[in-house]
Each structure stands twice: as structure tokens, then as C-alpha cells.
Design a protein around this ligand. Structure first.
Ligand code: 13P
Length: 267
């Protein structure tokens, strides 16, 4: 392992960080059709993708099976949402059992667009997380503050409230990746600076320390989302508590490969 003295954190924290597999998720949101999915699959297949990175793409439900049948073996598919019940009269919803049934093992829950466009509460998100885990899915659980909350100095309060609700439904954090996505950075081109993101990630890890102990807290992957690009991902990836990314717009473009490979630091 190469270590360079100018890196922003010590050998100890670097080793701890390396013990958490870097994770890069793409969130396609409500984008894509069969033709454009073919293009995305093409650049993912050509890569090359850093083998030390876990790569998962969040696909519109209707294309999950189609995409899964085309993705290379080193990229997993994820649903973007799932309901809190296994089945029943919930028109338009899909259940974690159905996601499993088509061979998909991941789901994104609590995304800010689910919370803020579709009005999902902390409690509903938590119930969804609990049920998805019961069924055996891995979960990308999203949290993050709005601009007015940040400006009012409430970032910590908001993300702690959101993670507290989720944590009540989680027994095994190895099945959960926490995505910190400040709402003001999503789709705006205003990425959090590495320092802003690291500050919140560090607070979240400290929150986990107080709840679960140091050892468990050091194992939890906390990824950042919000206007991540091939360009800014390299600096963000250097921060000691940033374990990867959840990428929206750039996950539809070939630069997603650069984001996946951003953790290969060349000091
Ligand atoms: P952008 O990368 O387009 O800002 O979206 C982030 C996001 O919402 C990922 O879930």
C-alpha cells in the first residue's frame, strides 16, 4: 500500500477506511429507456471499473429485469423504492418480495425526492427500511437536510432525526449503506465541499459510535450524494468518512466510470 504524507488523514484512519469497501451507486431516477440503458450498460461493461469498489445502479422498476439481464457481473441492480408491506391493495407500489423475486437484491429508500416530492415521513421511510431488510434486501438509506434547514443551523438535528428513525428498524448495519444527500446539492450543480460533506459524515459516524460503539460505527458505510461528478469525486473520496457516492445525473453518462474509479488515489 502506498501512503503519502500529504494525504489529509493518518495511516490509522486510512486503514480503517480501507476496511469499508468503497461503494458507488448510480441513481437513474425516472430516466432511461431500453435504448439508453444499452448505452449505459456498454460503458459499464467497457469500464474498466476498479474491482475494489462495489457498484450498484438504481433502475426504474419497469426496467429492473431488462437491465439486470444486460449488466456485467460486477454491477448490481437496485430498485429505487419499495413499499412497507409484502403484498395487497396498494395500487402502483412494488414490494421488497417482488424485487427479490426478479433477482434484485438492493433498494434505495428514503431518497429526498420520495421524502419531499411524495411526502414520505421519517416513520414511513423507517418502516420501509425495516420491511426490506426483513425480506433480505440490502438497503441504500438516504438522509439529508434542505437548504433552509442548513441555513438555520439545523443540519445535525435533521440528519440525526432521520437516522434515528431508520435505526429503530435496523438490526444488522452490514445490510445498509447510509447515503447522506444534502437536498440543496441534488441536481443543482452545487456540490458540498469535501469539508462540508466530511463534517456531516463524521458527525454521523460519531452518532453511530454513541449508539453502537466504536467498532460497529467504523464498519458502517456512509456515502455522499449531490452533484457528484468525475471531476469533484476525487477530492471527496479522499475524506476519511466518505465511503463512496450516490450519483444521479452523472450516473447516466460515461463519467460514471471515473466516479467509480475515484477512490484509486494517486498521492
Ligand atoms: P445528482 O447527482 O444529479 O445531484 O443527484 C443526486 C441524487 O439524488 C442521487 O440519489
Amino acid at each position: 500500500m502506498r501512503v503519502c504524507l500529504s494525504c489529509s488523514f493518518s495511516l490509522g484512519s486510512q486503514l480503517v477506511k480501507m476496511s469499508r469497501k468503497f461503494f458507488v451507486g448510480g441513481n437513474w431516477k425516472m430516466n432511461g429507456d431500453k435504448k439508453s440503458i444499452e448505452e449505459i450498460v456498454k460503458f459499464l461493461t467497457c469500464g474498466p471499473l476498479d474491482p475494489n469498489v462495489e457498484v450498484v445502479v438504481g433502475v426504474p422498476a419497469i426496467y429492473l429485469e431488462y437491465t439486470k439481464s444486460k449488466l456485467p457481473g460486477n454491477v448490481a441492480a437496485s430498485a429505487q423504492n419499495a413499499y412497507k408491506e409484502p403484498k395487497g391493495a396498494f395500487t402502483g407500489e412494488i414490494s421488497p418480495c417482488q424485487i427479490k423475486d426478479v433477482g434484485v437484491n438492493w433498494v434505495i429508500l428514503g431518497h429526498s425526492e420520495r421524502r419531499n416530492v411524495f411526502g414520505e415521513s421519517d416513520e414511513l421511510v423507517a418502516d420501509k427500511v425495516g420491511h426490506a431488510l426483513e425480506v433480505g434486501l440490502f438497503v441504500i438509506a438516504c438522509i439529508g437536510e434542505k437548504l433552509e434547514e442548513r441555513e438555520a443551523g439545523k443540519t445535525e438535528e435533521v440528519v440525526f432525526r432521520q437516522i434515528e428513525a431508520i435505526s429503530k428498524k435496523v438490526c444488522d448495519w452490514s445490510k445498509v449503506v447510509v447515503a447522506y444527500e444534502p437536498v440543496w446539492a441534488i441536481g443543482t450543480g452545487k456540490t458540498a465541499t469535501p469539508q462540508q460533506a466530511q463534517e456531516v459524515h463524521c458527525k454521523l459516524r460519531n452518532w453511530f459510535k454513541t449508539k453502537l460503539g466504536d467498532c460497529a460505527a467504523q464498519k458502517i458505510r456512509i456515502i455522499y450524494g449531490g452533484s457528484v461528478t468525475g471531476e469533484n469525486s476525487k477530492d471527496l473520496a479522499k475524506e476519511k468518512d466518505i465511503d463512496g457516492f450516490l450519483v444521479g445525473g452523472a450516473s447516466l453518462k460515461p463519467e460514471f466510470v471515473d466516479i467509480v474509479n475515484s477512490n484509486k488515489q494517486t498521492c
